[in-house]
Design a protein around this ligand. Structure first.
Ligand code: F6R
Length: 598
């Protein structure tokens, strides 16, 4: 959510920053901006729209700049516009800042500054930072930056330029990610590692309440009391190929095709003889009574899928949205663990929920796809998913990887509780079958169905048991990237109200992968058809019925693992529908990846 980039060194700051912003664009694409030192002045260019609009606006300007900061925005305070785009200059143009996060006390700060006569140019919370720095009475720039910790509340990663300190960038971080990259040609700041691939050989993730000061020679890190810290860099292990779009037109398409690999690599990681399972607290797990799974959006849906898997293994799982967990009354339960799921590891709600669970001494396991993420550092135990970088805003391969890790975790707990040898090897074999089936899957009928959906106003996804979890995820995918109104329902719930919305203009996509529930589902299909809707059935079973308009036949695997397969054509359906509607599936309206604000 919002991307920050900074560069100081021998290369062209303009090119490095624009390239970095392009890689960070998935974090927000309402507007973008750049500010560089040019002949001692802070030269600012910013534009509503995507990074390409900024690139166009820069044209021949900033050619000789070697130090600057850039930002790509996902609007929180103030609509997307040129004036609300970052960077912000202070009133006398002596300070420039870019900010990711939310300044929760900005109204109070802004009011105080306005009383002192400061005039603001934007409607954002972030502009107060530049004005505060200009007004600061501290004797050095470093101290001015340090003072921000005591003045600002909320979450922030901020990069700062001071007029008069050419080729120097300051940065601070609290509850928002920021990374320093090192190369032979200079230093970088970035909101994530992806933007530094191919540019830096090493990087360092900033820790909470740190200050960083970089110039073209070196990097200095201080804690909030200005005590200098030792710096250890991590070698960059991502390659350009990991983050490139390859032969695909969209990242989402590439990432759907990577689903089988994401499952394979994740299940390999879940081998109980290697990390991370050996580190889990056996004593706690063997007497476990309750698992709470917490996440947002797709990560939450992965938890819902696992809930059914766990129930079959006599484990009680409660799934809670992180945004709800944070504020609901806490009730302690004996022998409980919390499992937090987050692809990015930076989702603000999930991180705050984790802090709450930890404050109640509940062991916290985190399942995440980004080893360098904030949530990893806070977790008691980490189970990594191995989906590789996910760049499209809509999550696909990470979802399958999350389910895989959850299945393995549940099997592990089940075996400990029942004092039997861990059966992850059996799960592994079964998941290899899933992988093989997905690799050979040909997405029958998906183009045809996308053609129908593109002109449909309302779509329902329904399912029973674990198929309901899949229907939730399929519905989320379709609505977020194709802007079609879509809802998911338990099949049995349809007739308790929502059936009133079913008519000839509706498409109902029924997911049915559980043998014992199939006949019951067919009853519902007849009821839907009788109201005139178009019925699409996603199943591995052989079926013929006049009540069904289209069957999306999926390969058969162990029934308990069908959720890995049934979502696959529906991810592709969402993608194809968005493309047919002429929308950019990688950058859906109003959304951004990595939701680092509440
Ligand atoms: C939907 C989607 C979101 C994320 C959610 C949580 O396609 O991607 O719903 O799943 O914002 O993000 P993470 O997993 O990064 O915590």
């Amino acid at each position: 959510m919002c991307g920050i980039i900074g560069y100081v060194g021998n290369r062209s700051a303009k090119l490095e920053i624009l390239e970095g912003l392009k890689m960070l664009e998935y974090r927000g694409y309402d507007s973008a901006g750049i500010c560089c030192f040019e002949k001692g002045e802070l030269k600012l260019i910013k534009k509503k729209g995507k990074v390409d609009a900024l690139k166009y606006a820069c044209n021949e300007q900033l050619k000789d700049a070697h130090c600057g900061i850039g930002h790509t925005r996902w609007a929180t305070h103030g609509n997307p516009s040129d004036k609300n785009a970052h960077p912000f200059l202070s009133e006398n143009n002596s300070v420039a800042i870019v900010h990711n996060g939310i300044i929760e006390n900005f109204e109070m700060l802004k009011g105080n500054l306005q009383k002192q006569g400061v005039r603001f140019r934007s409607e954002t919370d972030s502009e107060v930072i530049a004005q505060l720095l200009q007004k600061s009475k501290c004797e050095s720039e470093l101290k001015k930056v340090q003072e921000l910790f005591s003045k600002l509340s909320g979450s922030f990663a901020i990069a700062i330029l001071f007029k008069g300190l050419e080729n120097q960038i300051f940065a601070i971080k609290k509850n928002s990610p920021l990374i320093v990259g090192k190369s032979k040609d200079g230093f970088y700041l970035s909101s994530d590692v992806n933007a530094l691939v191919d540019k830096t050989t090493e990087y360092r993730i900033m820790e909470e309440n740190e200050i960083v000061w970089i110039d073209n020679q070196d990097c200095y890190v201080f804690d909030a009391n200005l005590q200098a810290k030792e710096i250890t860099y991590t070698p960059m292990n991502l390659t350009k190929e990991d983050i490139s779009i390859g032969a695909f037109e969209h990242y989402m398409h590439k990432e759907i095709m990577q689903v089988p690999t994401a499952i394979k690599l994740t299940i390999n990681e879940c081998e109980p003889m290697v990390n991370p399972y050996t580190k889990l607290p056996k004593e706690i797990l063997k007497d476990l009574k309750h698992i709470t799974i917490i996440g947002c959006g797709t990560a939450f849906n992965a938890g819902m899928t696992a809930q059914h898997y766990a129930r079959e293994r006599d484990l009680i799982v409660d799934c809670v949205y992180a945004s709800e967990y944070r504020y609901r009354k806490f009730l302690s339960q004996d022998n409980e663990i919390c499992v937090f799921i987050s692809q990015s590891g930076e989702t603000a709600d999930t991180i705050e929920a984790l802090k709450i669970a930890k404050s109640h001494n509940i062991p916290c396991i985190v399942i995440t796809n980004v080893a360098t993420s904030t949530i990893n550092k806070l977790a008691d135990y980490v189970i990594p998913t191995k989906a590789g970088p996910e760049i499209a805003v809509a999550s696909t391969k990470a979802y399958n990887a999350q389910i895989t890790a959850l299945f393995a975790l549940i099997d592990y707990i089940y075996c400990l509780k029942n004092k039997i040898n861990c059966r992850t090897c059996i799960l592994k074999d079964k998941l290899y079958d899933v992988v093989k089936k997905l690799e050979n899957y040909s997405f029958n009928n998906i183009d045809e169905l996308a053609e129908i959906l593109k002109d449909t106003e309302r779509v329902f996804f329904i399912g029973r048991g674990v198929d309901y979890a899949t229907s939730q995820e399929a519905s989320l995918k379709l609505k977020e990237i194709s802007n079609i109104h879509s809802e998911s329902l338990y099949t049995g719930e349809l007739k308790h109200g929502t059936l009133a919305l079913i008519d000839h203009s509706t498409v109902v996509i029924v997911i049915s992968t559980q043998k014992n529930l199939f006949d019951k589902t067919m009853n519902s299909i007849y009821e839907i058809k009788a109201r005139g809707a178009k019925v699409v059935l996603v199943t591995q079973f052989e079926v013929e019925s006049d009540a069904i308009d289209m069957i999306i036949k999926i390969p058969c695997t162990d029934q308990m693992l069908m959720a890995e397969i049934s979502i696959y054509p529906l991810q592709m359906l969402a993608y194809k529908t968005a493309v047919l509607k002429g929308l950019d599936p990688d950058k859906p309206r109003n959304l951004a990846k990595s939701v680092t604000v509440e």
